[in-house]
Design a protein around this ligand. Structure first.
Ligand code: SF4
Length: 335
């Protein structure tokens, strides 16, 4: 759970019951409180990139989602559901690092009812087709769920609408409040995993894989469809043994034949590398361009991938291992 160092309230948020409740809560907990007018977030300290990043990651903004337009979320869903933005985690390779600005604060919204009402309009527009919403496109929503209850509200909202599906992904484990939600099997919860050696080195503030698998077991037992994203996979010397151990651990803990796997090898862009080096100047992330294959990307900038031979061996390994422990049908993709 996220325990912010400071909370910034947008003025309008205090007109909502949820905003008032959170204000009282943080005041009682003696958390530093600031205010924002006109949606401008100021007052987060920090001089160097590292400090600004660290202070941003310790700041919670309580606001009102005014723009009710939802971004598209291809190819995995139709729309992003804007419940939360940002994440308390400090993973060095986070995909959000290039998107959230120099002070990447976490923002929650107090007008969840309005957001879900808007989702309802999108569902109506696409009928009779099903509309899929992604709840973690720009965040990890679990660590702030205790404050908002927004995920549970969304899960129950989509649970009652047979023309919608909901999904989100997390690296965190505070799932207890979701276990009794009326999900009707319409929300898929995916857990992002890695081997502990990699978590310790790069996923600061996130929990070890055993804890994430324990949380996954809870939601699986509560009837949610679940999946795992194993990412980013680093082809270190003994990666096969280590990732195989982790897969075997999942198999031993979770009795569910319908688990779905997405497996993603490590890759980086020049822009992401520069960004990571400015925040984590001593990072040990393997980002030597000369050891990678350059692949042109869809949006004009390319990625540095592992070489063709390395990727083939890696794909064979994960295909065989997942097929042996579950089946080939449990693999969504391996890239
Ligand atoms: Fe980014 Fe996910 Fe890590 Fe949060 S937990 S910092 S969203 S990679």
């Amino acid at each position: 759970m996220f325990n912010p160092r400071r909370v910034i309230f947008e003025e309008d948020a205090l007109n909502y019951d949820k905003g008032k409740e959170l204000f009282e809560r943080f005041k009682k907990e003696n958390v530093e409180i600031k205010y924002s007018k006109n949606g401008r977030i100021t007052g987060i300290p920090g001089k160097s990139s590292t400090e600004m990043y660290e202070e941003g990651k310790n700041t919670l903004v309580v606001g009102v989602r005014k723009k009710l337009y939802f971004q598209s979320c291809k190819p995995s869903a139709h729309y992003q559901l804007p419940l939360v933005s940002g994440c308390m985690g400090m993973c060095e390779y986070c995909y959000l690092n290039t998107q959230m600005g120099k002070k990447p604060y976490i923002k929650i919204h107090v007008n969840v009812d309005e957001i879900l009402e808007k989702a309802g309009e999108y569902i109506e527009e696409r009928k009779p087709d099903i509309t899929i919403f992604e709840g973690a496109a720009t965040s990890d929503p679990i660590p702030v769920e205790e404050y908002t209850g927004a995920l549970k509200q969304a899960i129950e909202y989509f649970g009652q609408n047979d023309k919608s599906l909901f999904r989100f992904v997390t690296k965190f484990t505070d799932v207890d409040s979701l276990l009794d939600a009326n999900h009707n099997g319409r929300t898929t919860i995916r857990f992002s995993l890695n081997i502990n050696e990699i978590i310790k080195m790069y996923e600061h503030k996130a929990e070890d894989f055993q804890s994430r698998i324990a949380a996954a077991k809870k939601v699986s037992d509560a009837g949610y469809p679940i999946g795992f994203i194993i990412a980013p996979v680093f082809l270190i010397d003994d990666y096969k043994e280590k990732y195989y151990e982790m897969l075997k651990y999942i198999k031993a803990v979770i009795d569910n034949e319908n688990l779905m796997f997405e497996v993603i090898s490590h890759r980086f862009t020049k822009r992401a590398k520069d960004n990571i080096l400015s925040i984590f100047p001593n990072t040990k992330l393997p980002m030597k361009e000369e050891l990678r294959k350059f692949k042109f990307g869809q949006f004009g900038y390319g990625k540095y991938m592992y070489t063709t031979d390395e990727l083939k061996e890696y794909k064979d390994f994960f295909t065989e291992s997942i097929s042996e422990l579950w089946s080939k049908e449990n693999i969504n993709y391996i890239i």
